[in-house]
Design a protein around this ligand. Structure first.
Ligand code: NAP
Length: 264
């Protein structure tokens, strides 16, 4: 049996790594990307190599590549790697994302930070999806039935105002529309497109605001009073990857402990 193949961006740690391990356990082979630089600005792929080794121990063939999702040449190299190594892509997971380097009030925030966050969180996934979608359309012509899916990792910031990181909120709101657009366009090829929308998840990204979120969670900001884990998000991607949601497309799957419920 040919094993399905997934491309996952930003899988060296956090949510992306958990998604990679979930998909490995479900029988996928993987192409993962990362973007590490150490504190001196030197390339450092130790975390990505460790992640790839862990994924291989889980039984999957895994190739990893340093690729900045905001750069067209890097996106092309990632897709080329999947073509050369495996000759197919059954699932794309747009996970890589960044917070602004500094939380800065909306009235002071810089254009530079806006451009970087939008480039990584929205422009990169948008054009990577375009690239992979073209390939998936080719694959669909060769195989009318094989499952083909795309998952975008969004955020509750798509609909939640945080005036100290407006650029992040805008980028994730854009991911919501990007999901609808590609779901609509690709439905004729039976390519399902989903957004998995995490709430407050314990990763490096939230490490700097851990105490603040500890307090908010204890005070009940989420009906389910706990931090989410990368595995919570990975389980939702796993449900999509195993076809449990195949009559849905353009759908948002909230993984947020009920954060999105309006309450009185
Ligand atoms: P994380 O722990 O900071 O990991 C981010 C991943 O993205 C890393 O693998 C990183 O690679 C990679 N990455 C960063 N910049 C990149 C670039 N330019 N090109 C390619 N890859 C890049 O973050 P996380 O918390 O797991 O977040 C994963 C996704 O979930 C993001 O889209 C984030 O916005 C979203 N999310 C997170 C939370 C949360 O509470 N944590 C909530 C909602 C949504 P390196 O390790 O090589 O730097």
């Amino acid at each position: 049996m040919t094993r399905p193949v997934a491309i996952i961006t930003g899988a060296s740690r956090g949510i992306g790594k958990a998604i990679a391990l979930e998909l490995a356990a479900l029988g996928y082979d993987l192409v993962i990307s990362h973007f590490d630089f150490d504190s001196t600005g030197q390339p450092d792929d130790a975390a990505a190599k460790a992640a790839a080794a862990e994924i291989s121990r889980a039984g999957a063939a895994c190739r990893e590549l340093r690729a900045d999702v905001s750069k067209a040449a890097d996106r092309a190299a990632l897709v080329d790697l999947a073509r050369q190594a495996f000759g197919r892509c059954d699932l794309l997971v747009n996970n890589a994302g960044i917070a602004p380097q500094r939380r800065v009030d909306l009235l002071e925030a810089t254009e530079e930070s806006f451009d970087r966050v939008l480039a990584v969180n929205l422009k990169g996934p948008y054009f990577l999806t375009q690239l992979v979608a073209r390939w998936m359309v080719e694959q669909r012509r060769q195989d009318p039935r094989g499952p083909l899916r795309i998952v975008n990792v969004g955020s509750i910031s798509a609909f939640t105002s945080s005036p100290a990181r407006g650029e992040y909120c805008i980028s994730k709101a854009g991911v919501g529309m990007m999901t609808a657009l590609f779901a609509d366009r690709l439905a004729e090829c039976t390519i399902g497109v989903f957004e998995v929308r995490p709430g407050i998840i314990a990763t490096d990204m939230t490490a700097a605001v851990r105490e603040k979120y500890d307090r908010l969670i204890a005070e009940g900001i989420t009906p389910l009073k706990r931090w989410g884990t990368p595995q919570d998000v990975a389980a939702a991607v796993g449900a999509i990857a195993t076809g449990k949601l195949d009559f849905s497309t353009g759908q948002v799957i909230n993984v947020d402990g009920g954060f999105q419920i309006r309450r009185l």
